[in-house]
Design a protein around this ligand. Structure first.
Ligand code: EPU
Length: 337
């Protein structure tokens, strides 16, 4: 069943808490709903909004916003060693992680406490603490708004990469994600190599699923502002991937600069945008209602009443300062509308 709302304020539907409106919102719970709409009249301009944790509205949205409401979780098979599950788009991501931990299923525990809906998770291949959702996804099922049919893509066909997938590229403006399928394992696979994770897990008595989830929630809680308290969309920028020579030049000047290998690519190196912003002197910087978070420079925050335009102006200022100091371009991770 679908529900339609006209001229809706989006303040409660985006974690930045900016108060822009949209011409129309359609809440849908099946592919049939979408088929009905797209076969009657294809909207000229449209966008899919999940829980609104990675989107910044910078102005009135003169189009149709589709939001899924389907939220079932089905265990497709479970042979004792692992399970295949199917989860619909509107299911809350962290509730899924909590469920998997309770079931003794390994694979997504490092992705605890990421604010997201399940449908949004594959779009930017959400990742944290050495894990990415692509490592567990087997299938993504979407409604193809051109073909007017449901399509199932295998993991490989999704072309996942760092904060990337086919849904941000060729299928942007085509696909509306309905559900994902995942394989989760009962064989313990602790992934503790990132930052303070191992220390926090050991302080809780060792690498159980519960301890890892608790440790990750604690680390996130210390660094990342709760969007219910302070409007934000997590990392505003992607960590930039630069030519090896650029990284080497910077490392010669700043030997303490964090840098990470890019899988299967020796010519490029990933840098930490948070560190670059911090070293540009902007951590805790504030301009009116917007600012750079004091505990994690990668996060821009709305202190209350900010417009999307103010956030964009701050983002431009931050990337300009980083470019001036390091000669590195940082680009938004958040979807700008
Ligand atoms: N750093 C600073 N100052 C800062 C922030 C970071 O010096 O203000 C340094 C840290 O000390 C560390 C390095 O930069 O050496 C990396 O920082 P951190 O481990 O906090 O992670 P990140 O690269 O800033 C990424 C993800 C986060 C994810 C964390 C943990 C991106 C764009 N961000 O942040 O994802 O939670 O790793 O895995 O890849 C998100 O996407 O919304 C998000 C929060």
């Amino acid at each position: 069943m679908k529900r339609l709302y006209n001229d809706i304020n989006l303040a409660s539907r985006n974690s930045f808490g900016v108060s822009e409106s949209a011409r129309c919102i359609v809440e849908f719970d099946s592919a049939e709903d979408l088929k009905e709409i797209f076969s009657a009249e294809r909207p000229e301009k449209w966008y899919v909004l999940g829980a609104g944790n990675n989107t910044l509205f910078t102005q009135y949205y003169d189009g149709v916003i589709f939001t899924p409401t389907c939220s079932s979780l089905t265990v497709l098979s479970d042979d004792g060693e692992g399970a295949n599950i199917r989860v619909e788009a509107a299911y809350d991501w962290d509730s899924l992680v909590e469920w998997s931990v309770k079931q003794g299923l390994w694979g997504i525990e490092n992705l605890s406490a990421i604010p997201s809906s399940v449908g949004a998770a594959p779009v930017q291949n959400i990742g944290a603490y050495g894990a990415e959702v692509k490592d567990a996804i087997t299938v993504v099922e979407y409604f193809d708004t051109n073909k007017l049919e449901v399509v199932r893509l295998t993991n490989e066909d999704c072309r996942f990469a760092y904060r990337e997938s086919i849904f941000k590229q060729e299928l942007r403006g085509v696909a509306i994600i309905l559900a994902i399928e995942m394989h989760l394992s009962r064989t313990p696979h602790p992934n503790l190599g990132y930052g303070d994770v191992i220390k926090e897990v050991e302080a809780r008595g060792g690498a159980t699923l519960e301890n890892i989830r608790e440790a990750i929630c604690a680390i996130r809680g210390r660094k990342l502002p709760d969007p219910k308290v302070l409007g934000n969309a997590g990392s505003f920028f992607k960590n930039p991937i630069v030519e090896r020579e650029v990284a080497e030049r910077l490392l010669a000047e700043y030997p303490d600069m964090p840098s990470y290998a890019v899988p299967n690519d020796d010519n490029h190196v990933k840098l930490a945008a948070g560190w670059l912003i911090d070293k540009s002197g902007l951590k805790g910087y504030r301009s009116g209602a917007v600012g750079v978070h004091q505990n994690q420079a990668l996060v821009l925050v709305n202190y209350g009443g900010a417009t999307g335009g103010e956030v964009i102006a701050l983002a431009k200022y931050v990337s300009q300062c980083v470019n001036d100091k390091f000669g590195v371009e940082i680009t938004p991770e958040v979807n700008l509308l």
